[in-house]
Design a protein around this ligand. Structure first.
Ligand SMILES: Nc1nc2c(c(=O)[nH]1)N[C@H]1C(S)=C(S)[C@@H](COP(=O)(O)OP(=O)(O)OC[C@H]3O[C@@H](n4cnc5c(=O)[nH]c(N)nc54)[C@H](O)[C@@H]3O)O[C@H]1N2
Ligand SMILES: Nc1nc2c(c(=O)[nH]1)N[C@H]1C(S)=C(S)[C@@H](COP(=O)(O)OP(=O)(O)OC[C@H]3O[C@@H](n4cnc5c(=O)[nH]c(N)nc54)[C@H](O)[C@@H]3O)O[C@H]1N2
Ligand code: SF4
Ligand SMILES: [Mo]
Length: 706
């Protein structure tokens, strides 16, 4: 089976005994993509499946207590309570928040959109605005398609410049690549080089040939200086499919290495050398992730990553950054991407990809008036832990008239729900990675059949029933007929005869249709016959076909992005004020907020510590193991100190996704390993301006002994 827990899509071999007990989980050596790689989370799939706290029946809150009800009762309750809100206050009174596991779940990806369409709300929020929205935004304007994100051609590159990513721990993001350690080592074995820019000396930084501890939030300055050097040294070779090169040259003029050195903390001579090594490498790739997107210049930094790739001739080149060609049919965009088609009611933030920034969800719930959010549907999300100023959002959740959660745990978010609808475990549902193969460093396709039966409805059924309610058809929509209608629409759009997928329903039918309509003309039967996946080969150049811009070219200097450059230029004159900046960190055994209830993943010491550089620790009177109080504009928390030279002076680091000691949850193991929620101090008013993405790295804080 394909592991659905993170973006790496590893093949796993799961052994299940005759009593349906998972007895072993191993990496699948024959998997065409992962060749046996596995991480501690994948190895815990059995623990997840057997977790006694994992919900298996719907819960409805009655007099403040959750009681188990039948599925029909749960949907009747939702119809009874949600309909009047829509009827009285309109569709926008119902907000949706869809979290990270949505992307790893074919039912949620393919059928979520049916529900959202039926609901038709503008109050649509996802984890994307606490993650990679700047990358969609920059791709949208550069390439015309927000989903056209070029990925580093890891297996052929000779030089990789990584900014703000720790793939040895995260297993890669916006870069689907099982066993990133092996692939990065491969670069070094070929004689290539890896350079990492990160305020913290991460595992990836340790493996790299070079590590530069950049000051948080200054990647855009650093990248602009690379651009400046490339022009100054006449090393610009963008190729035929590119416009706007001269505008970029003009914009880069103030950002000389000398001008950005004080802010970034990186020597001008080093910046110049890094730029020239990149230009000289031939096949080189720049890769930026969380550290470059969840910061106040997220869009400009994300854009500049691809500007550097383009100017060095590495866009769409083997060994550079390339556009994958996944096996599923994808709609062709009829018009280029634009953002800001509407704005959020309270703060006026522009819509991007039909979404509003989740950082403003509390505003929309708290602020009375026409269009106020009165009900919320969460789908595999834990915004009470994962979004900025969680204390404020938690208060706002309490004010809602009605809340429904599609979720597998009673946790920090779902405790506020009136109805919780669980879904099957990864072993109880079929799987195809609808989203992530579009970001894979090789073109592959792999189908996972459902391993175990379940009494629970599949989540696509739940979503169709919710869509029926949202559309005013009541709680008992004819699911089979509705599904055939949805599949018929997909058949029409893909140009595939619906009858070819006969005998299938739900995601299986959709995926069969999308495979048939896709670029390799596969069918689901082909994948069923290949349990370890089908390798569709290394990435191939796709320009100009992959572009959806008005000009048919890569538009290197789009207004929507370049208009944020003056804000960046204003940073040049500033000297760092000596205040501390908080950044995040991930751990191999965590998965955002939700796998801390599995004993194998929380063993060992408390990982939820505030890392402080020894110089800062002695200046502030902090001791290793002592308690620190961390304060920001948004809030305050206390957590144990870990003194380590791994973080840059002036920077403190805390992981997110902890803080499991709240009342009313049902996650015993997590509560015993509670940790502290770092988003209590993340400031919901700090956003990357163009994309509305939250700033989760580089938050100004004060730290003192508690
Ligand atoms: N400070 C700080 N905050 C961050 C980050 C950071 O680096 N620093 N990272 C951000 C990022 S990148 C992300 S993606 C977000 C994640 O933010 P969220 O998506 O809001 O949070 P998760 O922790 O992924 O929570 C997933 C939820 O889905 C549920 N779930 C798991 N499996 C299933 C399933 O099969 N079906 C259903 N219906 N539910 C399921 C879990 O129980 C849990 O409640 O957090 C963001 N928040
Ligand atoms: N084990 C594990 N794996 C995961 C997850 C998990 O929670 N645990 N979450 C998954 C999710 S949802 C995602 S989105 C991915 C994220 O994948 P990554 O982006 O690879 O993961 P992070 O650890 O957040 O890496 C961000 C890095 O940026 C650095 N950084 C912080 N601020 C700055 C800055 O201003 N500039 C630069 N250059 N660097 C900075 C941080 O120190 C950190 O090392 O991981 C996924 N995989
Ligand atoms: S790296 Fe990701 S996909 Fe691979 S086993 Fe671990 S959690 Fe699963
Ligand atoms: Mo994420």
């Amino acid at each position: 089976m394909t592991c659905p827990l993170c973006e790496a899509t590893c093949g796993l071999e799961v052994t299940i005994d005759e009593k349906s007990l998972v007895t072993r989980v191993q990496g699948d050596r024959e998997d065409v993509f992962s060749q046996g790689y596995i991480c501690p989370k994948g190895a815990s799939l059995g623990a997840l499946h057997h977790d006694p706290d994992r919900l298996t029946a719907p819960l409805v809150k009655r007099d403040g207590e959750f009681v188990e009800v039948t599925w029909d009762e749960a949907f009747a309750e939702i119809d009874r309570r949600l309909r009047p809100i829509i009827d009285e206050h309109g569709k926008n009174a119902v907000a949706v928040y869809s979290g990270n596991p949505t992307v790893h779940n074919a039912a949620l990806v393919l059928y979520g959109r049916v529900f959202f369409k039926a609901l038709g709300t503008r109050n649509f929020y996802t984890a994307t605005t606490v993650d990679q929205m700047p990358k969609h935004f920059s791709s949208g304007y550069l390439f015309g398609d927000p989903q056209a994100i070029p990925v580093a051609d890891l297996d052929r590159t000779e030089h990789l410049l990584i900014l703000g990513a720790n793939p040895l721990v995260s297993n890669g993001s916006l870069m689907t690549a099982p066993d990133t350690r092996g692939r990065l080592r491969g670069i070094q074995k070929r004689g290539g080089k890896i350079v990492v820019l990160d305020p913290r000396r991460t595992r990836t930084a340790q493996l790299a040939d070079e590590h530069h501890a950049i000051r948080p939030g200054t990647d855009a300055l650093f990248l602009f200086a690379l651009v400046n050097v490339l022009f100054a040294e006449s090393r610009v070779t963008p190729g035929e499919h590119v416009t706007g090169v001269d505008e970029v040259r003009v914009l880069s003029e103030p950002f000389t290495p000398e001008a950005v050195a004080p802010a970034t903390g990186i020597d001008a001579a080093e910046i110049r050398r890094i730029a020239l090594e990149l230009a000289n490498a031939g096949r080189a790739a720049v890769y930026g992730r969380m550290g470059t997107t969840t910061q106040s210049f997220g869009t400009v930094a994300s854009w500049l990553v691809d500007v550097v790739n383009t100017l060095t001739g590495n866009l769409d080149r083997e060994g550079g950054v390339m556009f994958p060609l996944p096996a599923l049919w994808r709609p062709r965009r009829s018009s280029p991407f634009t953002s800001g088609r509407w704005t959020s009611r309270v703060r006026g933030y522009p819509e991007v990809l039909g979404e509003l920034p989740v950082a403003t969800l509390a505003d929309e719930i708290e602020t009375p008036g026409e269009g106020q959010v009165r009900a919320l549907v969460t789908i595999s999300g834990n915004p009470a832990l994962s979004t900025p100023n969680s204390a404020r959002l938690t208060e706002a959740l309490r004010q809602l008239d009605f809340m429904v959660s599609l979720d597998v745990y009673l946790n920090e978010t779902t405790r506020h729900a009136d109805v919780i609808l669980p879904g099957p475990s990864p072993l109880e549902r079929p799987h195809y990675d609808v989203a992530l193969y579009a970001l894979a460093v090789r073109n592959v396709a792999n189908w996972t059949p459902q391993a175990l039966g379940t009494e629970m409805p599949q989540e696509w059924v739940t979503l169709l029933r919710l869509a029926g309610i949202a559309a005013g058809q009541g709680p008992d929509v004819d699911v089979a007929a509705f599904d055939t209608m949805v599949a018929g629409e997909t058949a029409r759009r893909t140009g595939v005869d619906l009858a070819l997928a006969e005998g299938r329903m739900g995601p299986e039918r959709m995926i069969d249709l999308m495979l048939r309509g896709g670029p390799y003309g596969l069918s689901l039967a082909d994948l069923e016959a290949a349990p370890h996946g089908i390798d569709l080969g290394a990435l191939k150049p796709r320009l100009p076909e992959a572009l959806a811009t008005a000009s048919g070219k890569v538009e290197l200097a789009p207004d929507a992005i370049t208009k944020d450059v003056p804000r960046l230029r204003a940073e040049l004159g500033k000297t760092p004020d000596g205040g501390l900046l908080l950044i995040g960190r991930r751990h191999l055994s965590s998965n955002n907020s939700w796998m801390h209830n599995l004993t194998p993943l929380v063993r060992g010491g408390n990982r939820c510590t505030v890392q402080v550089h020894p110089d800062d620790a002695s200046r502030l009177g902090l001791t290793d193991g002592g308690l620190a109080a961390v304060t920001s504009r948004a809030g305050k928390l206390e957590a144990p100190v870990e003194v380590t030279a791994d973080v840059r002076p002036g920077v403190v680091s805390m992981p997110h996704g902890w803080g499991h000691d709240l009342d009313g949850t049902r996650t015993k193991v997590a509560a015993a390993h509670a940790g502290v929620n770092s988003n209590l101090v993340a400031d919901e008013t700090l956003l990357d301006v163009p994309s509305g993405n939250a700033v989760l790295n580089g938050i100004p804080v004060e730290v003192a002994p508690a």
